[in-house]
Write a protein that binds this ligand. Structure first.
Ligand code: HEC
Length: 315
């Protein structure tokens, strides 16, 4: 039987629990969103104009409005933590780079738009949202030499046989002719099963527009020694988003057994060693036995409590 006292005690515990849970939720929601300094300093390469704002507005309505609501109307969807109103101080105090970073990577319920929106589209959305901030004055990213458009930058990836290094030549179209781009810092990656492996340090192009990378002699390639390479500028806002993929025959030929081959991992039941199977079954059974044992003990406890209940004995 439940007495008044017991109910009071129970309610107190529930309140305490709710208090603890809600403070946890608050603590999580109040966590600051840290943006790495180099990302926070990123700037748009094009000026925000009426046409970028219009395009950005359409992109915002398609991708963001469902959660953030209309700028300035405070009609965002109620989530924890809440999506801030784009016109609010919380949103507008982000630097352009921080804005860009947060939209690209996302956090919690805020999705990552890295693979959905191009950098240009993301900047257009930012240009639209800055339109709700009277105090905003745009600072543009430093540009390449005058007359060079970012879209026209190309990277040529080859193997320099004499120097035994990976060579990247950067050029750009200027008044119809190809010109070398000097001082562009580049990063080279080798594509692996899981993500990219950076090869050598970042290197800058010389006055000929050429950068050379040391390539480790021991890096495994595919069965014919092919390695997929990726090169891109470190500073995309200054040198464009251009990247180049190329396969060069410079790795150590490596044979990788297909997953269904006999000696590959235990990917099918027949290949599982018997000791692994037994250990697994035994562990699962032990866990279940423990659960059942605890339940039985709890039941015994409950029963003995019922028998000794003073309310019952008084009847
Ligand atoms: C599914 C819902 C959802 C969508 C869609 C969405 N957001 Fe968000 N956004 C959130 C939530 C929730 C947060 C708060 C995240 C946090 O603080 O952990 C947030 C936070 C942000 C922030 C950081 C605000 C701050 O505190 O500095 C920015 C900037 C932002 N969103 C921009 C955008 C843009 C631009 C789009 C569209 C391209 C977009 N969001 C789409 C839910 C969404």
């Amino acid at each position: 039987m439940l007495t008044r006292k017991m109910i009071d005690k129970l309610m107190k515990r529930i309140y305490l629990l709710l208090f603890v849970l809600s403070s946890c939720a608050l603590a999580v929601s109040a966590q600051e969103w840290i943006v790495p300094a180099e990302n926070g300093a990123k700037l748009s390469t094009f000026a925000f104009t009426d046409s970028t704002r219009t395009a950005g507005g359409n992109l915002f309505n398609l991708n963001c409005k469902s959660c953030h609501g209309d700028p300035g109307k405070n009609n965002a969807v109620k989530l924890v933590p809440p999506p801030p109103d784009p016109a609010s101080l919380q949103m507008q105090k982000n630097s352009d780079g921080a804005f860009f970073y947060k939209v690209s990577v996302g956090r919690g319920l805020m999705p990552s738009f890295k693979n959905t929106l191009s950098a240009t589209d993301t900047w257009k959305i930012i240009s639209y949202l800055r339109g709700f901030n009277d105090k905003y004055v745009q600072v543009l990213a430093k540009q390449l030499a005058p007359g060079i458009s970012l879209e026209q930058v190309t990277l040529l990836l080859t193997w320099n046989k004499e120097k035994k290094q990976v060579q990247v030549a950067v050029s750009s179209l200027k008044e119809g002719t190809r010109q070398p781009v000097a001082g562009a810092e580049l990063k080279l990656f080798a594509q692996r099963y899981f993500g990219n492996l950076q090869v050598d340090e970042a290197r800058a192009t010389d006055s000929q527009g050429v950068a050379l990378f040391n390539f480790p002699a021991t890096l495994p390639g595919d069965s014919t020694g092919m390695v997929q390479l990726l090169v891109k500028p470190t500073d995309e806002t200054a040198f464009g988003e251009t990247k180049t993929l190329a396969a060069l025959e410079i790795g150590v030929p490596t044979y990788r057994p297909p997953l269904n081959e006999h000696r590959a991992l235990w990917n099918v039941n027949q290949k599982t060693p018997i000791w692994l199977l037994l250990t697994y079954v035994f562990s699962v059974l032990t866990v279940w036995a423990l659960i059942v044992y605890v339940m039985l003990q709890l039941r015994l406890l409950f029963k003995s409590g019922e028998e000794n209940d003073p309310d019952k004995q008084n009847i």
